[in-house]
Unconditional design. Structure first.
Length: 156
């Protein structure tokens, strides 16, 4: 992940820090500090977590991060999720059903979770109230995230 994107999340207060003591021996104590930017979840399956999107890698200008606030980032992430739903790759985090853009199917929402874990995920309107149950016990530094798919986010 580019430093510019990490700095942006730091500026927004959305970087998680994890301090770990590597050794039991106090004489040779090593402290390991890791930071993690928010993740995206296409479903609750462990292989469905993605690294956060970098707007520049999707064709936005270099300086776009300087001008983006959290609302802009939410909008950008939502556009990416819509492409994932269109591709049939996204599931409700709670009930695990494949989401669609069809009007006759239950509506869903992109949600930014900011407790314990910083993560964008998708859930049906009616499933949201069960979300806390499904987020319990997840540790952000134990989740493996893959690079995000490069959907074409241009407006057509
Ligand atoms: Zn659901």
């Amino acid at each position: 992940m580019r430093n510019e994107l990490l700095s942006w999340f730091a500026r927004e207060g959305l970087l998680l820090t994890h301090v770990q003591s590597a050794s039991e021996d106090p004489e040779h104590d090593e402290i390991k500090v890791s930071v993690r930017a928010p993740l995206l979840a296409l479903s609750r399956a462990s292989h469905d977590f993605r690294e956060c999107l970098d707007p520049v890698l999707f064709g936005y200008p270099e300086e776009s991060l300087d001008m983006m606030n959290l609302d802009d980032m939410n909008q950008f992430v939502l556009t990416w999720f819509e492409r994932a739903v269109e591709a049939g790759m996204a599931r409700c985090f709670v009930c695990n059903q494949v989401l669609t853009m069809r009007e006759e199917d239950p509506p869903w929402d992109a949600i930014f979770v900011s407790q314990d874990l910083y993560c964008w995920l998708l859930a049906h309107f009616d499933c949201k109230r069960y979300l806390n149950r499904d987020l319990k016990g997840r540790h952000p530094f134990e989740l493996e995230a893959r690079p995000p798919e490069f959907f074409d986010l241009r407006l057509t």
